[in-house]
Write a protein of this length. Structure first.
Lengths: 107, 107
């Protein structure tokens, strides 16, 4: 289980990949493999949460890192780079949003 | 605290709003007000989690609903509609992604 809080000092990456429907599952599989093999072993990793849209056209990774420096170090790591490149090739476009949680409301 | 699981039957809405940086905080405030006054009282609401991007250009609402029918009923409700209309006007564009969690990885 991943927890979303607004009172802890972490960095959230919401990466929205736009894909052709015929590539959606392949991109999901690739992100899961990349996370299990490499990304979750990088310093500062907290979580990755892979979502697929019902319309078949988007995959979203909601990820948490201990700091922006940790996230940027992962982007440059030799281990992660081949996986990231394959994900970028499989998607038509992607929009990585680095952000902070400002408000949490729940039942 | 909001929890992300991949073993429960809920619907996730990831709504990415693109805004001018001078409007980012106003949109955050509006979404918080709309959630507290109206949306969290609608049937089927589980959570809303408001994020602001460090680049000032995006606001993301990561929301959870018990079902797609509950979410769609909220969109049509007379209570929520004025808030949703104001949010749409304040944003330059928005991309609501209805999706399911397929994989959760964490430390």
């Amino acid at each position: 289980m991943t927890a979303i809080h607004n009172d802890c000092d972490i960095v959230t990456l919401i990466n929205v990949f736009h894909v052709k429907p015929e590539n959606q599952q392949a991109l999901v599989d690739l992100l899961i493999e990349a996370t299990e093999r490499t990304i979750q072993h990088q310093p500062g990793f907290i979580s990755a949460n892979i979502h697929k849209s019902y319309d078949g056209r988007r995959v979203v990774n909601y990820a948490q890192w201990q700091s922006r420096d940790h996230f940027e170090a992962m982007l440059k790591s030799q281990d992660a780079m081949p996986h990231l490149k394959r994900a970028a090739e499989l998607a038509e476009s992607y929009d990585p949003i680095l952000c902070e949680v400002v408000s949490v409301h729940h039942l």
